[in-house]
Design a protein around this ligand. Structure first.
Ligand code: URA
Length: 200
């Protein structure tokens, strides 16, 4: 059994939040265990809660299309969420839920060891770009150590707001060149590795 599969079992036993009692299935995440790119959404919705898989509803179908626009599919990347249980009535995740679930995400990041983390929407953005606004930083990246963090709108937002569609699609198209820039970061001079915000 892989370390990630063992982690899923631990996540499934977690009862730290009230929503662990109301969920149908826990949704730890899925994809390539050695993925270069980790996408982090917000929280499972109805479809995800039914299937125990991330991004399988309308927003997920759109994410699949966005991935195929850069010749990727979901088996080649890893897809997870900030929180692993569905909030009732699709309400926003509570700060306590985000805090409780953070250790699971941290352990996923350690095990997958991605070169690029793509935040989808403001909740995952807030974890890595604290205090920033998505309308200002979408399509920009920040390097910290060996990982580049890249902020995008949430696919569901683009589904509900036509004006965001072109933006999210253009931001997705920047990912291949961004990934290429992650090559060699591990060998870079320490001063080059300092936290740095840059546009792509
Ligand atoms: N929205 C999310 O943020 N995550 C999912 O898994 C599905 C929809």
């Amino acid at each position: 059994m892989s370390a990630l599969t063992e982690l899923y079992e631990e996540i499934a036993r977690c009862r730290q939040c009230e929503i662990a009692r109301t969920r149908n299935r826990v949704v730890p995440g899925e994809g390539a265990e050695d993925a270069n790119i980790l996408f982090i959404g917000e929280a499972p919705g109805w479809h995800e809660d039914q299937q125990g898989r991330p991004f399988v509803g309308p927003a997920g179908q759109y994410l699949d299309q966005l991935l195929s626009s850069i010749n990727l599919n979901r088996q080649q990347v890893y897809i997870a969420n900030v929180i692993k249980c569905r909030p009732p009535e699709n309400r926003d995740p509570l700060p306590v839920e985000i805090a409780n679930c953070r250790m699971w995400l941290n352990r996923q990041i350690d095990l997958i060891s991605p070169r690029l983390i793509v935040t989808l929407g403001r909740y995952s953005m807030a974890m890595f770009f604290p205090g920033k606004s998505i309308s200002k930083i979408h399509g920009t990246a920040q390097r910290q150590g060996e990982i580049i963090y890249y902020a995008m709108y949430h696919p569901a937002a683009a589904l509900h707001q036509q004006s965001l569609r072109q933006i999210i699609e253009a931001d997705m198209l920047k990912i291949p060149s961004l990934l290429a820039r992650t090559e060699g970061i591990a060998e870079a001079e320490p001063e080059v590795q300092q936290l740095k915000m840059f546009e792509v």
